[in-house]
Design a binder for this molecule. Sequence first.
Ligand code: CAA
Length: 243
Amino acid sequence: MAEKGVAIVTGGTRGIGLEITKALIAEGYAVAAIYHGNEEAAQKCEADTGAKTFKIDVCDFEACQKGAQEIAAQLGPVKVLVNNAGITRDGTLHKMAADNWHAVIETNLNSCFNMCRAVINDMRGSGFGRIINISSINGQKGQFGQTNYSAAKAGMLGFTKALALENAAKGITVNAICPGYIATDMTASMNQDVLDNIIRQIPTARMGKPEEIADIVCFLASDKAAFINGSTITANGGQYMAS
Ligand code: CAA
């Protein structure tokens, strides 16, 4: 059994999630990395990092319940949950298909309910838990072309605070991280001119690295962060102030 116990990372085989998986393993956790579509990335993650991957649709309430039970049975009680899974379906609202609204709300926000609901009672029973929700600068400030994504990410911030209040007395902390623009497949899929324009607005004059978000996750999971609860930690190179 890993020294620090078990951590679940949703979307844990690619992008920011993969770096979170690696960093938590380096800290001494056994990591269950949840993925949905990309089998190749999941196999590579398992081979490269030693994480155990689980194929679970985080939009599916029952699948999350079953999946969390399976993870606990295979690896042990879950101490840390990182809700990182997220997608974009960018487009202005006046052109947005209803599917693109619902997909983003389901994957980015409803998934937090599904996964937290699946682990919270065991955490409450054990008197310890760390839940870390990966929100976004665009949930804080809004972003042109992202009514769906900004709504989901802002929703995660309210969710974080309410859940923190409900569980603080049970030794559980619930916090959010708001990354700015981070160099991953998600930002790489943006129109390059649009992305360059956004990078010009970042005072630190670069995108963030996934490792810079993973380090915050490790800190929030640690004993040193026990008094941080219901908080939002931002890491955006100063973009929020400038935009
Ligand atoms: N503010 C004001 N007006 C803007 C604007 C902005 N930021 N961006 C575009 N416009 C204007 C354009 O100038 C254009 O105006 P005109 O018709 O008068 O010329 C009009 O809006 C339409 O713009 P587009 O041609 O860009 O429209 P489109 O439909 O082709 O594209 C879009 C819309 C796909 C949303 C595109 O603007 C875009 O990609 N925006 C960036 C979205 C973004 O930041 N996504 C982040 C993805 S990464 C992520 O989400 C991770 C994270 O957490 C940070």
